[in-house]
Ligand binder design. Structure first.
Ligand code: ZN
Length: 344
């Protein structure tokens, strides 16, 4: 059964790849399946046919293995259709059940919409003024990870001490994953509950702004945050759109629509600026306001789907926007890039 499952997973991966080649599959072009590096983690999946069973006494009966004691994290609402037994790199075992439910996850509708600027200093700044700060444990765990990795790098290859050190690194990674996921899920739940429409910037622009360097917990968390925001919003019946990378969210004045903010790498250091129209902006909050407006415009124009599906840009130079990259550098004649103000 386990081997059949692995085979069917492989089959699905190839089918997805061929469908993507022929353009029958939404989303970015995908490559052929690769062997996954398990890093010590292993998994098997058992379907109903394999006759696994949750027993009266709370144990889990697995074929060929026996009755296993389980620390239940929640009650199963219905009979599960499959179970995946997972062994993590740190040697812990998890049972993950698939259940099918009919219930609707849609949240009651609300009036407000929000634009989100993903931060460098803060984790995120919302157009309504709320700031999601970077949690302290990001740095703390990063330091811990560095230390564990340093210890590992000094151990002799193949030695028992190296195996121990590797386990220590895996433990830190696990801790990071658990703490980060818990925190992100809470933030996402809150944003989605409070807003009917959620708009974020496309993250690829951040990678450029930041320059080379290893991906920190913070960077990886930003990506996860955006992905989960999208899926949670979809399940909750909310509007979600990404604003593409040519949109000048930081330089545009959210009051008068003129491209007047500080530019380039220097611009990243400026926290506050004043526009010719007299408006004084906090950089991130202004960006969030622009992302909100651009997101609403994209959705109204029916372009949000294209941005989402392909992850690419919508054609630059659309009338009424300042998304043409060439315009970005032309500070001298800001009136040429005036935005048609959208009513809020
Ligand atoms: Zn202005």
């Amino acid at each position: 059964m386990v081997l059949q499952q692995a085979l069917s997973d492989c089959d699905r991966a190839w089918r997805n790849f061929f469908d993507s080649l022929k353009g029958r599959r939404a989303g970015a072009r995908m490559g052929p399946p690769r062997f996954k590096k398990r890093m010590g983690a292993q998994a098997i999946r058992l379907t109903r046919n394999a006759r696994f069973r949750v027993l009266e006494n709370g144990r889990l009966r697995l074929p060929k293995i026996g009755d296993v004691e389980v620390a239940w994290s929640r009650q199963l609402p219905v009979e599960p259709t499959s179970v995946t037994i997972l062994k993590t790199a740190t040697g812990k075992y998890y049972a993950s059940f698939v259940v099918s439910l009919n219930h609707d996850e849609a949240l009651p509708p609300v009036e407000t919409e929000v634009g989100i600027d993903l931060g460098l200093k803060d984790f995120a700044v919302l157009s309504n003024g709320r700031v999601i700060e970077n949690p302290k444990f990001f740095r703390k765990l990063e330091r811990k990870l560095k230390k564990a990795q340093r210890v590992l790098s000094r151990k002799v290859k193949g030695s028992a001490n190296r195996a121990k050190a590797r386990l220590a690194v895996a433990r830190v990674h696990e801790k990071i994953r658990h703490q980060r996921d818990d925190w992100i899920n809470k933030q996402v739940a809150e944003v989605v509950a409070e807003n009917q429409g959620v708009y974020v910037e496309d993250l690829s622009v951040r990678g450029l702004a930041r320059g080379p360097g290893a991906k920190s917990i913070h960077d990886a968390a930003l990506g996860l945050f955006t992905t989960r925001l999208g899926s949670k919003a979809a399940r909750a019946g909310r509007t979600f759109a990404k604003v593409d990378r040519f949109f000048q969210s930081t330089q545009l004045c959210s009051v008068c629509g003129v491209l007047a903010g500080p530019k380039g790498m220097e611009g990243l250091k400026v926290r506050e600026w004043e526009c010719g129209c007299g408006a004084v902006h906090d950089r991130d909050r202004n960006a969030a306001a622009n992302i909100l407006r651009e997101g609403q415009r994209l959705v109204a124009a029916g372009q949000a789907e294209t941005v989402n599906a392909s992850g690419g840009q919508v054609r630059p130079g659309t009338p009424g926007t300042a998304r043409n990259p060439r315009d970005a550098g032309q500070n001298e004649e800001p009136t040429r890039t005036r935005l048609v103000p959208t009513s809020r």
